[in-house]
Write a protein that binds this ligand. Structure first.
Ligand SMILES: COc1cccc(Nc2ncc(-c3ccc(C(=O)NCC(=O)Nc4ccccc4)cc3)c(OCC3CCNCC3)n2)c1
Length: 335
C-alpha cells in the first residue's frame, strides 16, 4: 500500500499543498493526536535536485526558532523522502492579506517584526532564504508567523551562487541583481524580497507586476514603483531603504532590526534569538515518554539526546509544542 513508511506513526489525510516536486499532506501524529504537515518528495522526480533536499533537511535540523516551521521527523525510503513538519492551522499569510485587502501599519508591523527576526536568525545560521513571499509565511493558532521554504530554495549563504533563476517560483519578489544573473549575496537579495513583502502587506498589491516576465524584470531593474498616498512617510522611508536597486545602498538586516519604522510603538529592536533551548531536554516530556515506552528516564534521555529526527524526536518535539501552548504533556495510551 501507499506511504507504508508512515504506517502506525501518522494517519494521513488530505493534500494541503503541492508544488514543484513536493506534495504536502495533513497528517496526525498517532501518539499525541496532534496535526502535522507531511512533505512527500519522490526521489525519481527530484532527479539531480536530490542533493538539495539533503541540504534542506540538514538546514532544517539547524533551524530551531519560534518563527520558523519546525522539522519533527525525517523518513527516507528507496523511493521517497518524508519530512514531518509543524502544521500551521492558520494557513498562508497570502490568503490572510487577500481576505483583508491590506493590513494597517500597526498590524503589518507586528507581522514584519516576526519576519525580520526569522530572517535575521537564518542569516546568522549561515543561510539565505531566496524565496521570501506571503505563500511561504504561515500562521499558527496564535496569529504568529512561521517561515517555510516550500520550493526548496533555501541554500547556504555564500556569495557567488549565480545560479540561474530556476528553482524559485515567483520573480515578483526577486532582487534586481538576482534576475540580472549577476553575482549576488543571498542575504542582500532577501532584504529586497522583504521590501516587496512589506509593500504587499501595506498596499494589498505588488510594487512590481506585469503579465510579461520580461516587462516585469525591466520594472524591477528600474526600481521604480507607485507610492500610494495612504502610506505614512515612515512607511515610505523603510520601503525605500529596502527597495534599493544597488544592493550596497540597501539597508542591512541588522539595520532593519532597529529601523525607526520597526521601533515605532515597540521602542525595542527586533530580537532574532531563538526561544527554544535545544540543549537541555524537558523533564516532563522525558517522563511521559519513559513511562509510555517502559524505559528509565536515563535511557529515554540517552535516546533523545541523539536527535536522530526519528519517531522519538517527533514525539518529544510535539509534546514540547503542546507544553508551550499550555496543553497537558500526555501521550495517548497503548491501544
Ligand atoms: C492553504 O494552505 C494551508 C491551509 C491550512 C493550513 C495549512 N498548514 C500548513 N502547515 C504547514 C505547511 C508546511 C510547512 C513546512 C513546509 C516546508 O517545506 N518546510 C521546509 C522549510 O521550511 N525549509 C526551510 C525553512 C527556512 C529556511 C530554510 C529551509 C511545507 C509545508 C503547510 O504547507 C502547505 C503549503 C501550501 C502551498 N504554499 C506553502 C504552504 N501548510 C496550509
Amino acid at each position: 500500500t501507499q506511504y507504508e513508511a508512515l504506517k502506525g506513526l501518522y494517519h494521513l489525510r488530505e493534500t494541503i499543498g503541492s508544488g514543484g516536486f513536493a506534495k504536502v499532506k495533513l497528517g496526525y501524529h498517532v501518539l499525541t493526536g496532534e496535526k502535522v504537515a507531511i512533505k512527500i518528495m519522490d526521489k525519481k522526480q527530484l532527479g539531480e535536485d536530490l542533493p538539495r533536499v539533503k541540504t534542506e533537511i540538514e538546514a532544517m535540523k539547524e533551524l530551531s526558532h519560534q518563527h520558523i516551521c519546525k522539522l519533527y521527523h525525517v523518513i527516507e525510503t528507496d523511493e521517497k523522502f518524508y519530512m514531518v513538519l509543524e502544521h500551521c492551522p492558520g494557513g498562508e499569510l497570502f490568503d490572510y492579506i487577500v481576505a483583508k485587502d491590506k493590513l494597517g501599519e500597526d498590524e503589518a508591523r507586528v507581522f514584519f517584526r516576526q519576519i525580520v527576526g526569522a530572517v535575521a536568525y537564518i542569516h546568522l545560521q549561515g543561510y539565505a532564504h531566496r524565496d521570501l513571499k506571503p505563500e511561504n509565511l504561515l500562521l499558527d493558532d496564535d496569529q504568529n508567523l512561521k517561515l517555510i521554504d516550500f520550493g526548496l530554495c533555501a541554500k547556504p549563504k555564500g556569495g557567488l551562487t549565480s545560479q540561474l533563476f530556476t528553482c524559485c517560483g515567483s520573480p515578483a519578489y526577486a532582487a534586481p541583481e538576482l534576475i540580472s544573473g549577476k553575482e549576488y549575496l543571498g542575504c542582500e537579495a532577501d532584504v529586497w524580497s522583504m521590501g516587496v513583502l512589506l509593500y504587499a502587506l501595506l498596499c494589498g498589491y505588488l510594487p512590481f507586476d506585469d503579465d510579461s516576465i520580461s516587462a516585469l524584470y525591466r520594472k524591477i531593474q528600474t526600481g521604480k514603483y507607485d507610492v500610494p498616498r495612504f502610506l505614512s512617510k515612515e512607511s515610505v522611508r523603510i520601503l525605500d531603504d529596502m527597495l534599493q536597486v544597488d544592493p550596497k545602498k540597501r539597508v542591512s538586516i541588522k539595520e532593519l532590526q532597529c529601523h525607526p519604522w520597526i521601533l515605532k510603538n515597540f521602542n525595542i529592536p527586533v530580537d532574532h534569538r531563538t526561544k527554544y533551548k535545544v540543549s537541555v531536554l524537558d523533564e516532563d516530556c522525558i517522563t511521559e515518554m519513559a513511562v509510555h515506552y517502559g524505559k528509565s528516564k536515563a535511557e529515554m534521555t540517552e535516546i533523545l539526546s541523539k536527535w536522530k529526527y526519528d519517531y522519538f524526536t517527533s514525539t518529544y518535539l510535539i509534546l514540547m509544542a503542546k507544553k508551550m501552548r499550555g496543553q497537558p504533556v500526555r501521550l495517548l495510551q497503548k491501544p
